[in-house]
Design a protein around this ligand. Structure first.
Ligand code: DX5
Ligand code: ZN
Length: 221
């Protein structure tokens, strides 16, 4: 079953609690929280205090995507604030294995993120140590960008790589995904789909999520 993770980046920051509430009621499976520090990516968003406040409004898993320098320094704070899954980028992690282990020891699910230009071969030594791989399907930093078509093949290859090794892996895709291309990524092997603008930028977030779920399985209305 494909899970939908609405990205709060596209929501109205003046009413985050209500935004979570409406996507939860509409069947969201987890909440994707984009953490940006203005260094790893040219944008600044939210940190542990906000995550902690939001923890009170929902029981949905928090899928925290760290786009920050020195992510290892902030893992305890984010888990303490209520993160359930922590995704760290492979590109800026000198001690990736240690970081992933640390996430697990502290009680969250470790996940690793690859930018579009980062090859799958970088996962070779950590694939068995993660619960999820997050493949960026746009360059990180902003919502509302266009899906990079060549990422479909990357998703397909990652699913093959995991299957060949007998690893039951969640493959999450992030960026530029909406009702028109969700089936492309799920068919290729993604089973967790982040959706920012395609959920929040239109009036009825509930209807958008229902549509994404339906199309994710190849259904059309
Ligand atoms: C981009 C973020 C994404 C983004 C997705 O750096 O990681 O989560 O919010 O937004 P859409 O779905 O609008 O591309
Ligand atoms: Zn993200």
């Amino acid at each position: 079953m494909v899970r939908i993770a609405p990205s709060l980046l596209a929501s109205d920051f003046s009413k985050l609690g209500e935004e979570i509430d409406r996507v939860e009621k509409a069947g969201a499976d987890m909440i994707h929280i984009d953490v940006m520090d203005g260094h790893f990516v040219p944008n600044i968003t939210i940190g542990p205090p906000v995550v902690k406040s939001l923890r009170k409004v929902t029981k949905l898993p928090f899928d925290v995507h760290l786009m920050i320098e020195n992510p290892e320094l902030y893992i305890d704070s984010f888990i303490g604030a209520g993160a359930d899954i922590i995704s760290v980028h492979i590109e800026n992690n000198y001690h990736l294995h240690r970081t992933l282990q640390h996430i697990r020891e502290k009680g969250a699910k470790p996940s690793v993120v690859l930018n579009p230009a980062t090859p799958l071969s970088t996962l070779d030594m950590v694939l068995a140590d993660v619960d999820m791989v997050l493949l960026m399907t746009v360059n990180p930093g902003l919502g509302g960008q266009k899906y990079i078509e060549s990422m479909t093949e990357k998703v397909r290859e990652l699913r093959l790589m995991a299957d060949r090794r007998g690893i039951k892996l969640d493959i999450e895709v992030d960026g530029g995904i909406g009702p028109d291309n969700i089936f492309t990524v799920t068919q290729a092997g993604a089973n967790v789909v982040v959706a920012g603008s395609s959920v929040f930028n239109y009036q009825d977030a509930g209807e958008n999520i229902r549509l994404l779920k339906q199309r994710a399985c190849g259904g059309y209305i």
